[in-house]
Every structure is written in structure tokens, then in C-alpha cells.
Design a protein around this ligand. Structure first.
Ligand SMILES: [Cu+2]
Length: 290
């Protein structure tokens, strides 16, 4: 499998790194693909977090504001073109000021912006203020793959895009080319996941559209994002900051599983559970009793 990657000159150096930290693909249950683009689709992806529902609400709200404004401005333009061209209005007016109109076109847009802000700030606050993390994962963007570190469990691995002929081996259909990766970021369903996003060379951007999250990874800085995925399934994203020649070939795969599956997966990665948070202890005890 690695051999095919080695044939690609771009991925050759990266393959060596991947081989060093490669994890066997998880023996996870068959999960439905929930977060992926639809061919020819123009709308936002179906939301699977509260954050994404807020984003979609804002998107719809903006549409109701933008459409009337666009129609109004277009109508004004047509009105001017028809009634104030040289032929229909040969003698133009000479005045330069109209105080009531100037006050109106300052106050009305200000009120519209204030109205938009009223709905935007709560959503922004929700996105930007991190909750207490149930799971903390450090994500590093690199040319052209992702590194993941489960900081509480000493688990680390890289994530590379699958070539077309590798998809079937990993249980993916052909249409998931450019989205599916060799490893997945695995997280438990219904838990607050906090990601620390950074980069090792140039700026990258980590995103899962169905979760409504996107964060630039900037070398030397640590930024955070969080999400709480509501349904077990597979979700895809793609690097969203132009980062070089293979920018289009560093997608992201997240698998959302049950808590039991998550802990079993961690165990298979050789996780250290010494620093396991309280909510995990119960599952670990059950697993160890078996
Ligand atoms: Cu990129």
C-alpha cells in the first residue's frame, strides 16, 4: 500500500514519515458517511453540531437581508439609468447635498449592521469560548498531511490522503477520492472535543464543514476550536488555507464513534490511560474487567 505512494515523487519524503508513525486502520464498526460534499450541491452541508446549526441560521438570515438590499440598489440603478440619462434629463440638477438623505443612508445601514451583530456575536462567542474539554487533541498541519496527538494518552499518528486504488482497502467508495485518508481522527459522540491547531511549516487550516468549525494552523502559535458531534459517522474536510503545490491533497477524516468504541480504539493505539478524565474511567474499568 505504501509502495504506490512511494511512486509519487511529491509524497516520497512524506511516506517515510508516515511509515514511521503509521497505525493500522481502526477496526471500527461500519459507519455511515454523514459529512461529505454532494456532487453539484450549492448549499451548506447538513449540520451535525449546534455550532453548524447556528452558522446555517446566520446564513439564512443574511440571505433575507442581502436579497432585498440587492433588489433595492438594482432598482435605484435602473431608475437612474432610465430617467437621468442625457436624453431624458438634458438639464442635470446642480445641488450637492441633501441632509435628510445623508442621515438616512448612514443610520439605516448602521441599524442593519447592528441587527446582524445581534445574531452574530452569540454564535461567535459560542464558537470561540472553549468548553471544559472531554477530549483534547493537538492537530499540526504539515506539507501535505496532518499530525494528530491525543495529548492525554500519548497517542500520535499522521493522516495522509488515500490514492484512488487504496480507497477500497480502507472501506471507502470511489467517490470519496480526495476526501478519505489512511488514518482517522477518532472521537466519541456527544462529547466536547477541543482541538489545538498549529502548523509545522506554512499556514494550513483544519475544518469539518458539517461541524461548522474551521481554524488556521499557524507555525509557532496554538489556536483552539471545539465541537460536539451529535451522530456516529464519518465526516470529511479539506485543508482550507492555500499551503503549496499539494494543498488539494491533504484532506481530513473524522470518525465519530460510541464511547466504548473510542476507548477500545485508544487501547489499540497503545494509549496511556493514566491521565484519563473521569468520564472515561467507567469504560476503562469495564474493559479491564472483561
Ligand atoms: Cu493546505
Amino acid at each position: 500500500m505504501r509502495l504506490t505512494k512511494a511512486l509519487s515523487p511529491f509524497a516520497a519524503a512524506a511516506t517515510l514519515l508516515a511509515a514511521a508513525s503509521a497505525t493500522a486502520e481502526e477496526f471500527l464498526p461500519d459507519l455511515p458517511v454523514l459529512g461529505a460534499p454532494t456532487p453539484g450541491g450549492t448549499a451548506l452541508q447538513t449540520p451535525f453540531t449546534e455550532l453548524m446549526r447556528e452558522v446555517i441560521f446566520l446564513d439564512n438570515l443574511m440571505l433575507w437581508i442581502i436579497v432585498p438590499i440587492t433588489l433595492f440598489v438594482s432598482a435605484l440603478l435602473v431608475w437612474v439609468i432610465v430617467f437621468y440619462n442625457r436624453k431624458s434629463n438634458p438639464e442635470p440638477a446642480r445641488f450637492t447635498h441633501n441632509t435628510p438623505i445623508e442621515v438616512a443612508w448612514t443610520v439605516v445601514p448602521a441599524l442593519i449592521l447592528l441587527f446582524i451583530a445581534l445574531f452574530t456575536f452569540p454564535a461567535l462567542r459560542h464558537q470561540q469560548i472553549m468548553p471544559e474539554a472531554d477530549v483534547t487533541i493537538k492537530v499540526t498541519g504539515l506539507q501535505w498531511y496532518w499530525d494528530y496527538e491525543y495529548v492525554d494518552h500519548d497517542v500520535m499518528f499522521s493522516q495522509f490522503m488515500l490514492e484512488r486504488d487504496e480507497l477500497a482497502d480502507f472501506g471507502y467508495t470511489d467517490d470519496l477520492y480526495l476526501l478519505a485518508t489512511d488514518t482517522s481522527m477518532v472521537v466519541p459522540v456527544g462529547r466536547d472535543i477541543v482541538l489545538q491547531v498549529t502548523a509545522g511549516d506554512v499556514i494550513h487550516s483544519w475544518t469539518i464543514p458539517a461541524f461548522g468549525v474551521k481554524q488556521d494552523g499557524i507555525p509557532g502559535r496554538l489556536a483552539e476550536l471545539w465541537f460536539n458531534a451529535e451522530e456516529e459517522g464519518i465526516y470529511f474536510g479539506q485543508c482550507s488555507e492555500l499551503c503549496g503545490i499539494n494543498h488539494a491533497y491533504m484532506p481530513i477524516t473524522v470518525k465519530v464513534v460510541s464511547e466504548e468504541e473510542y476507548i477500545a480504539w485508544l487501547e489499540r493505539q497503545g494509549a496511556d490511560f493514566a491521565a484519563a478524565p473521569e468520564w472515561m474511567q467507567r469504560h476503562i474499568e469495564v474493559a479491564q474487567a472483561d
